[in-house]
Design a protein around this ligand. Structure first.
Ligand code: ADP
Length: 308
């Protein structure tokens, strides 16, 4: 049974803005899943619906077979949520934040204490257990939100931009812990606009843009696709047969246009050498970018801007 099934999810905000335009999504149990997209794509709206913070205007959500509308309590107990904003009492000591959360799920106080210690140690916060929330750094607050989200041992953990604004070192240690959780069986969905984060952690990626899912794929094949570039070549002569250009993948588009894939290891010079040795003259050359690649390049640029 999938961890999450969303069908035709729609959200139109009160001002008439259509933030989600019919999202279909299946996340299998045990997956580590990225929702990758630029700012404003609709990622937080989607997470908001899954976690009952935002009312959907259409569609349905099931978490491990439980319908969000009909069985909200079951859904709640199966989900752990790490929102983008810090939404807890700033004057509460760290350990109490986690214990209180356990209380909402009916976990007895003695057990809640044990669990709080377990997760705070895991997230390197045990030493700070008596500090008030407001005295923690941004990275610590974020780790505290993860500890809090885990205290009722959810089967599906959803994190909205978990490492936004977190410095590189802490980001790496958070990644290590999230991997460990996933290996131990927790299904994880996170939103990010860092390509590197999705690449490093996630097995599956959905690309979301302007309220629509543009693609769902496994990370490996997505990256394989990014390793090659396709060039469109207009040729002087008409092509009768498909030319053989050693090592290059070629497709004939019409009788004077071909597309050639060049991998990272190959060079354009090598392509031109191969073309001239076949007496093929090129009039013009352009880089073919499909929407997906474009989206990615844009996002990679944004990611660089943020990290810098
Ligand atoms: P992301 O998390 O991918 O950055 P969001 O889900 O936050 O995207 O936002 C998607 C779009 O919906 C944005 O254009 C945003 O301005 C709009 N939006 C978000 N919240 C509201 C709201 N409460 N009212 C109106 N528009 C909103």
């Amino acid at each position: 049974m999938p961890a999450l099934v969303a069908r035709q999810l729609r959200k139109t905000y009160r001002n008439g803005y259509e933030a989600l335009k019919g999202i279909d999504l299946i996340v299998e149990e045990g997956d580590f899943f990225a929702l990758l997209g630029p700012n404003g794509a609709g990622k937080s709206t989607l997470i908001g619906i899954l976690t009952s913070l935002v009312n959907k205007t259409g569609g349905s959500v099931e978490v491990f077979g439980h319908d969000l509308d009909r069985e909200p309590e079951q859904v709640k107990s199966l989900l752990g949520v790490v929102p983008q904003e810090f939404n807890f009492n700033l004057f509460l000591p760290v350990v109490e934040v986690v214990i209180n959360q356990a209380g909402y799920f009916g976990i007895p106080r003695v057990e809640a204490r044990e669990r709080a210690e377990f997760f705070l140690r895991k997230l390197d916060l045990w030493e700070r257990r008596k500090s008030e929330m407001r005295l923690l750094s941004g990275g610590m607050k974020r780790r505290l939100m993860i500890a809090r989200a885990l205290v009722h041992r959810p089967r599906l953990l959803i994190l909205d931009e978990p490492t936004a604004g977190v410095d590189i070192e802490i980001r790496r240690s958070m990644w290590t812990y999230l991997r460990e959780l996933n290996t131990a069986g927790t299904t994880i969905i996170l939103t990010t606009h860092y390509l590197e984060e999705a690449e490093s952690l996630c097995r599956s990626i959905a690309i979301i843009d302007q309220g629509r899912i543009e693609a769902v794929t496994d990370t490996a094949s997505l990256l394989a696709g990014l390793d090659t570039e396709t060039f469109v070549l207009n040729l002087k002569q008409r092509i009768v047969d498909l030319p053989v250009l050693g090592g290059f993948v070629i497709e004939v588009i019409d009788d004077s246009t071909i597309e050639v894939q060049i991998s990272r290891e190959q060079s354009i010079n090598a392509l031109f050498d191969a073309l001239s040795s076949n007496n093929i003259e090129v009039i013009s050359l352009r880089n073919k970018q499909n929407r997906l690649e474009k989206l990615f390049l844009d996002m990679v640029d944004q990611g660089r801007g943020k990290v810098a």
